[in-house]
Design a protein around this ligand. Structure first.
Ligand SMILES: Cc1cc2nc3c(=O)[nH]c(=O)nc-3n(C[C@H](O)[C@H](O)[C@H](O)COP(=O)(O)O)c2cc1C
Length: 305
């Protein structure tokens, strides 16, 4: 008998030089959206490996093993870091890390904040400074997204990303072999639209077609109320009184972020830690009618997409 074949070997780990890591800390989702955009653009530029992770799912002690990291960090409270950054930040502040701990790591920080607050973009500024103290090399200057900008944080993110890709490419062209696809996107590359919109008048729909099925759905959507939805699906229906509805943002701030409390839900619903509560909005019929009128649509037509 000949020697038994050796078991298949796992592929060798990709060298950290070929990977772009995007670490984000977000309280209400904007920094996550921005980080995902960074990741998507890097992939479009041909980056061999891109990972987009929330800071609390990355072990900070592994940071020295990385070569290129983009940090996307928002601000909450009064200049506070998002919850998902707290552990990471505590680790970075450890005294024994030393001024060479991050030698060989190149980084860039994009912050999301609101210049209406006194402590504008503070966590992003702090992490930028701390990474430098720990010996990391800056790729480009910190970018500061501002809710007060007419285009929101994207007003600063767009030009910042362009400089980021150019600087990364200068230092390591193999990281973005198709950089022109991000810097000068060829719109033909996107191809033709992949959706088709068909309008039917309500009388056009054959009786057993998808359109006639969707008639019921549309009628329900017009009257949309979560309670009705649950009722017609045969699922349990609970009415809970809201006892606190407190605005967390300033009155003159365009975003309306709220803290809600419901009256003793345990009397009506049995739930466990980790269960998700879904709060569905009701449609405002006058808003639906205004939309139909604005778009010059026939209120009795059906549309398939
Ligand atoms: C309750 C609250 C507190 C905030 N505090 C600050 C602040 O102190 N400084 C700042 O620059 N921005 C502050 N912002 C603005 C946010 O950082 C900004 O809206 C950001 O886009 C939110 O990103 P996120 O959704 O990833 O958390 C605050 C926003 C909210 C809703």
């Amino acid at each position: 008998m000949g020697p038994s074949p050796s078991p298949p070997q796992p592929p060798p780990p990709l060298p950290a030089t070929g990977r772009l890591l995007v670490l984000y800390a977000s309280q209400t989702g904007n920094a996550m959206d921005a980080a995902e955009r960074v990741g998507r653009e890097a992939e479009r530029g041909g980056c061999p490996a891109v990972d987009v992770l929330s800071m609390d799912s990355f072990d900070p002690s592994c940071l020295p093993g990385e070569r290129s990291v983009v940090f996307v960090v928002s601000t909450t409270g009064q200049g506070d870091p998002p919850d998902s950054m707290k552990g990471f930040w505590r680790y970075l502040l450890k005294k024994d890390l030393g001024a060479r701990w991050l030698e060989g790591l190149r980084f860039a920080v994009f912050g999301l904040g609101d210049s209406g607050y006194q402590k504008y973009n503070l966590p992003a500024k702090k992490i930028d400074r701390r990474l430098l103290q720990l010996g990391a090399e800056i790729i480009i200057e910190i970018g500061l997204g501002d809710d007060q900008h007419p285009s929101g944080y994207e007003g600063a993110l767009d030009p910042w990303l362009l400089s980021l890709w150019e600087s990364l490419n200068k230092a390591n062209p193999s990281l973005l072999p198709r950089i022109t696809d991000i810097i000068n996107p060829n719109l033909n590359y996107l191809g033709d639209s992949k959706i088709e919109v068909i309008y039917y008048s309500c009388n056009d729909a054959p009786p057993d077609s998808v359109v006639s099925d969707s008639k019921k759905l549309i009628e329900r959507a017009r009257l949309m109320s979560p309670a009705l939805k649950f009722h017609s699906d045969g699922e349990p229906q609970y009415m809970l009184k809201m006892v606190t509805n407190q605005r967390l943002t300033k009155e003159d701030y365009e975003k309306d972020v709220r803290h809600f409390e419901l009256e003793d839900p345990s009397s009506a619903i049995s739930y466990q830690v980790g269960d998700a509560l879904e709060i569905l909005p009701s449609q405002n019929p006058s808003a639906v009618n205004a939309f139909i009128e604005r778009c010059n649509l026939d209120p009795d037509s059906y549309i398939t997409v």
